[in-house]
Structure formats: C-alpha cells, structure tokens
Design a protein around this ligand. Sequence first.
Ligand SMILES: Cc1cc2nc3c(=O)[nH]c(=O)nc-3n(C[C@H](O)[C@H](O)[C@H](O)COP(=O)(O)OP(=O)(O)OC[C@H]3O[C@@H](n4cnc5c(N)ncnc54)[C@H](O)[C@@H]3O)c2cc1C
Length: 398
Amino acid sequence: MNPGRTPQHCDVLVIGAGAAGLMCALTAGRRGRVVQVIDHANKPGKKILMSGGGRCNFTNTGTSAANFISANPHFCKSALARYTPADFIEMVERHRIAWHEKELGQLFCDISSKLIVRMLLDECQQAAVRIRTDCAVEGIERGADGFRVRTGHGLFHCASLVIASGGLSIPSMGASGFGYEVARQFGHAVLPTRAGLVPLTLSGRHQERLADLSGVALPVEARCNGQAFRNFMLLTHRGVSGPAILQISSYWQPGDDLRLDLLPGHDPLQWLRDMKRERGTSELRTVLAEVMPKRMAQRLCEHWLPDRPVRQLDEPQLKQAAALLADFPLVASGTEGYRTAEVTLGGVDTRQVSSSTLESRQVPGLYFVGEVLDVTGWLGGYNFQWAWASGHAAGQAA
Ligand SMILES: Cc1cc2nc3c(=O)[nH]c(=O)nc-3n(C[C@H](O)[C@H](O)[C@H](O)COP(=O)(O)OP(=O)(O)OC[C@H]3O[C@@H](n4cnc5c(N)ncnc54)[C@H](O)[C@@H]3O)c2cc1C
C-alpha cells in the first residue's frame, strides 16, 4: 500500500483483472515487462468464476471472425489468428485441468471455473505480475513519459496503460462503464452499447398466453435480421431464454421482426398432410404433442392453431398451420438488460485501434482489450477466446 504521492512505477499497468487483463498481464510479464494489474472488485476473475454455469466454457474450437459482431468485422481476425483455441488448450493441459467438449466445439472444465482463474493467477505469479484488488481508479493523466493513474492505493506511473475493464453486463460483479469513459477522455469514439446474449421479455398477448409455461423448453430455430440459430428455447415467467434466444438476442432490437421455427428439421406441411392421412381422427394438439412439449402444443391449439381433429383441416388450413409452425412471429418487448446479459454489444470503436497490437491509434501506449471493445462473440466460448486473443496480442506489444 502506498497512500503517498510517490508514484509506483511499472512498465505496464493493466486496469481490470478479468479474462483479457490477466492474459495480457501474464503475456507482458513473460517478456520481462514489469506489470501491475489493478481491479476495483474484491477478487480477480469474477466473471470467469460464474461463467459456463461454474464450469467456464473457456473456448470454442471452431472460433472464426464469423462468430463475432462488430461494426468492423475484420478487426478481430489478426489477434484470433495469433492466439488460437489450441494455444489456450495447451495452457489448460499444462496445468492439468480436465476438460470436455459439450457440443459444437464448446470446451468446458470438468470440475470448476475456479481452476481457470487459478491457472491465470499462477501464470501471472510466474511472470512476476503484481495484482491489487479493491483498488479504484480516481483519474488518469498522460505526460511525456507515460501515464499517471491515481487510485485509492496511491499513484501509479506506467509507460503502457491497458484498459481491460470489460463491458456493462452484470454490474453486481464489478462491471462498469469505466473503459468507455477512459476511451472518450483520450478522444476515442464509443459505439452505442446494449445488452447481448440476454433473455427477451414478452408483453401483451404473448406474455399472457405463454407466462404460465415457464420452465418449458423446446428446440426452435430463432431468426432475426438475416441470422438464424437452431437450439433450445426456454419459456420464462417474463419471456423467453435458452441458447437459441440468447444467440438471436444479440441481433435483435426493439421493433425487429423475430421468427421461430417451432419444428426445426421438419417440413411442417408434409408432416401435417401425413398426420391427416395416417392419424386423421387424432386432435391436432395430440399429434403436435409428439413433436414438442405437450403444454406448448396445447397452448398453440388454444390460441393460434385450429383445436380440432386433423382430418377436419382442409388444405388451406393445413398450409396456414404449417406456416405458423415454421415461422411463428414472436413479439418481444425488450430484453432483461445488463442485469442478466452475458455480454455488452458495441463499445470502443475498433477503427481507432490497431488490430495487431490493440494499441490506440490516437494515443501511443494506450491499449484496449477484451469486451470493452466493439467485438462481441456468440454464445459458446467465443467471448473468452476473444479475451485471451486480444489480451495476448496487447501483452506482446505493451
Ligand atoms: C454469467 C456469465 C456467464 C458467461 N459465460 C461465458 C462462457 O462460459 N464462455 C464465454 O466465452 N464467455 C462467457 N461470458 C462472457 C465473458 O465472461 C466475458 O466476455 C469476458 O469475461 C470478458 O472479459 P474481459 O476481461 O474483457 O472483461 P471482464 O471479465 O468483465 O473483466 C473486467 C474486469 O475489470 C474490472 N473493472 C471494471 N471496472 C473497473 C474499474 N473502474 N476499475 C478497476 N477495475 C474495473 C472488473 O471488476 C473485472 O474484473 C459470460 C458472461 C456472464 C456475465
């Protein structure tokens, strides 16, 4: 602790002891740089700890630029190419952390995300990185010889300053708009931010008709603005969640047309015709309950589909029912916001940042890494891969 005015010197000061900040720190430390990390939270890596349901979906083996949303879609390519999922897996295995692939290239710890935080802290320790928690930043100034950062733990002086303070999601975990304020202070544009990978809320008739189905899950293909995700949807008290909805939420904004294929993988018209021929006396709700949860089938037939034996449906009615099943218009009213969002869309405009070093093009020595930048991954380990890759790229340069 140094409450006085004598600055504590380091080569690299990293603000934010999250995924990107720790990776940046250990990479710079390995190069022999004197690295200090500070964080206002009471412990490092809080989001890593809560990630992946406590097992941290730490990467995705299929990561490519196509899995990220950014106003500048090519920006992430350079860092992702220079620090790949295989590089992170190598570190995980070196620390003897057991992992498994869940689905679609998503890698999780077998035991606990605590092991990933432990691994990063051990690597930091080996690289002589110093970490201070409970350390709030009060102000940043830039002089001819670097940056002066005033904190509750005294003044720090550094040649390179890395902003790794993340986005706005889950404020209770230490998320803040700090990185955006620093960016603006140094003349960087910040693109509008909004919650991503977030449950959607329903209102009006859809809310009334579906709220009591809370807990029901079914496979869907969610479509919006030219994107489609096939996975599970979960009905909640307030709306819809589950991986298909979280994914599409990053492409949805209020007023946008959101559609659900409620029978993904089926040709609903052909299926309805087959049912009429083979099971004509059965109620539509009964045959539907064989391809989706019974309560959902019932609810659809109470409000949206004919509640009759299938043989009573003529061809136009079959076509109408098939169209609704394949292209159900879901009227979402909003999102659950940053309180539950996994990520923040938008952020520091990447057009003023070098894609190879993550250094500001406006202010030499200033770096931005991880989620604070306008680079947001899909659900499935992509966001951590971006944090590792961008942190690594800056750590090699800072
Ligand atoms: C519930 C949940 C589950 C998730 N699960 C996954 C998953 O399984 N796989 C995946 O890829 N992604 C997942 N994510 C997303 C992932 O956690 C983030 O994209 C990633 O942590 C971003 O890394 P970062 O280092 O940029 O920011 P963060 O990890 O958020 O770290 C930022 C750090 O900066 C600190 N900080 C903020 N403001 C200040 C300030 N003013 N002064 C000092 N310090 C400050 C914070 O305390 C924090 O420690 C999940 C997110 C959430 C919320």
